[in-house]
Structure formats: C-alpha cells, structure tokens
Design a protein around this ligand. Sequence first.
Ligand code: SF4
Length: 199
Amino acid sequence: MKCAMCGIHACRNELEDAPKNCPSLDKDMIDNIKELYKTEENYTIAKISTKLAPLQGRTRIEETMDFAKQCGYKKIGLAFCNALVNEAKIIDKVFTYNGFETESIICKVGAISRETVGLEHSSNNMCNPIVQAELLNKAKTDLNVVIGLCVGHDSLFIKYSEAPVTVLAVKDKVLAHNPLAAIYMADKYYKDKLFPPKN
Ligand code: SF4
C-alpha cells in the first residue's frame, strides 16, 4: 500500500482511474468496515467529525471543543506532558470556561524507575502513560485529549485509553511543537537530517 506515493488520488472522487494496487478497490473489505460505522459511538464520531472537517477558520482547540460539544461529551480528560504544565493549565481553563468538566493527568503520575524497562537508573523516573490512561478510565472521561506526550508514551496512552482520544498538541522539542516545519524544509535545511547520506 503506497497511498503516500500515489499521484492519482482517485479515492477523493471516483475510482475509475485508480491504480491497480489501490486499496479502495477491495470492495468486500470496505463493505465489512462500513458495518462498524453503525455502532453508536463510531456513528457519532464519524458523523460529527465529517461535518466539521470542511469548515475553515477554527483553530484546533476550537474544533476540539466543537467536536466534543456536538458529540455530547461533557467530561474531558487532559493527558499532558510535564514539559507543558503551563500550556495544560491554560487549556484546562479554556475547556472549563466553555462548559466542560475536566480531569487532567500529568505524564509523571505514578512515575516508575527506568530500571522497570531495563534502562539505567536515573533520578528522573520514567513517565507512566498507562497509569495516565487508567486514571482517566476510572474518571470515566468522555474524550481524552493528548497534550504533547512523548513519542511512544502517546502510543501507550492511546492503547490503554478507554475513551476516544484526540491530539491537541504533538511534542517537537526543536520546532516549538510543530513537526511539520521539518517536512516543509525537507528538501533544504533539514535534508541532511531527514535523508542522511548512505555509505
Ligand atoms: S486509495 Fe487508491 S487512489 Fe487513493 S491514494 Fe491510495 S492508491 Fe491512490
């Protein structure tokens, strides 16, 4: 599957011109998946997000609140990185001001020794994204919002979150949490980093 390399993108409209290896041509698989949209949660999430997708002029946080409101979510879980405590405080205030109940859990909650996963000891204990998820599961949040969790910690958080997850911010330690900046400069300033010369 190489959608990223496809120059046709027939899936946007009609499939007549689709390339031979186009996964959209697997009608049986797609018909089976269609069934999943009939469950209440999937139906609501898909309907509201599809309705909001074409709208312009809303920031990500505004869109997140629009999405949550229209889905009927009242309790929002904020799973944030300890490097973004100031941002998390503001985000918590924004959600609360706009009528949501919030639960916020820092990544260092229940921090455990790095030796747990075979790394050398350090006074800086390992984050515990599974506890982060479990605490929000216990709080029965309707929607969890990721705020700058580290790569991989976010994977574990998403894996263990019972509520649907959306990402408000991704961490990028160099690019002010804007990883696409490196992509926009991939053929110039970041070329050597992203495409290091091979021996
Ligand atoms: S789904 Fe098919 S048409 Fe769409 S990008 Fe992938 S290969 Fe191209």
